[in-house]
Write a protein that binds this ligand. Structure first.
Ligand code: ADP
Ligand code: MG
Ligand code: MG
Length: 198
C-alpha cells in the first residue's frame, strides 16, 4: 500500500529530477516553443517542495492536492495549470484514504489525465504531455517500471509528430522532428514514481 510518505517521496523525486533536467527541458522548448519549460517546471516544483515541507499532509490525496495547487499558482505558462490539474484531480480522486493501492492510484491518475485533456483539449497524437501520460497510465497495471518505460517511449514518439496544441502548434510543419518538452517532463514525473517506490 502507498501512504502519504510515498506521495511526498514521489514529489521530492520529481523536484530533484526537474532540477537535474531543467536545461534539457528548456533546450527542447527553445526548438519548438519559448525556451522556458525547464525554468517553469523548476519554479513549480521548488514551490511544491517548500509547501510540502511547511504544511502537514496526512493522506495521499492531500499531498497531491497541495502540490497541484502550488503548480497552478506559481507557474505561468501552459504547463502549470495542466500539471496542476493533473495532480489536483488525481488527489481528489484518491479521496481521504490514508493508504491506497497501485490499482487505485492508476484509476485516480486516469481521472487526472482526463482532467488535463478536458482543460487543454489535447488528444493523443497532438504532440503534448498527453502522449507520455496516457501510455504511462495504460501501463501502470504492470507496475511503475512499465509505466516509466511507456512514458519515455511516448515522449520519444512525439518527435515525428506535428504539434496540434500549445505554442509548438504555431510552427505548423516546422514542429516536426523535435521531441515535445512537456511529454519529456511527464516522463520524468512518471519515472519519479519508480524512485519513490525504491
Ligand atoms: P508555454 O508553452 O506556455 O511556455 P511550457 O513551455 O511550460 O508552457 O509548457 C509547454 C508544454 O506544455 C508543451 O511541450 C506541451 O507538452 C504542453 N502543452 C501545451 N499546451 C497543451 C495542451 N493544450 N494540452 C496538453 N499539453 C499542452
Ligand atoms: Mg514554453
Ligand atoms: Mg512560456
Amino acid at each position: 500500500m502507498l501512504d502519504a510518505d510515498f506521495f511526498r517521496r514521489w514529489m521530492a523525486a520529481a523536484a530533484a529530477s526537474v532540477d537535474r533536467e531543467a536545461e534539457r527541458l528548456t533546450a527542447l522548448d527553445s526548438a519548438i516553443g519559448d525556451a522556458d519549460h525547464g525554468s517553469n517546471m523548476q519554479r513549480g516544483f521548488t514551490a511544491v517542495r517548500a509547501a510540502l515541507e511547511k504544511e502537514a499532509t496526512d493522506t495521499p490525496g492531500a499531498v497531491l492536492v497541495l502540490a497541484g495547487r502550488q503548480l497552478i499558482s506559481t507557474v505561468g505558462g501552459a504547463a502549470g495549470p495542466l500539471y496542476g490539474t493533473l495532480l489536483r484531480r488525481t488527489g481528489k480522486a484518491l479521496g481521504d484514504a490514508a493508504e491506497v493501492g497501485e490499482e487505485q492510484l492508476a484509476e485516480a491518475l486516469r481521472a487526472g489525465v482526463d482532467g488535463v485533456m478536458a482543460l487543454g483539449g489535447a488528444a493523443p497524437g497532438d504532440k503534448t504531455m498527453i502522449d507520455a501520460l496516457v501510455p504511462a497510465v495504460d501501463a501502470l497495471a504492470d507496475g511503475f517500471a512499465a509505466a516509466r518505460a511507456a512514458a519515455e517511449e511516448g515522449a520519444v514518439a512525439t518527435t515525428p509528430l506535428q504539434a496540434r496544441k500549445g505554442r509548438a502548434s504555431y510552427l505548423g510543419e516546422r514542429s516536426i522532428g523535435h521531441q515535445d518538452p512537456g511529454a519529456t517532463s511527464s516522463a520524468l514525473l512518471v519515472a519519479a514514481l519508480e524512485e519513490a517506490a525504491e
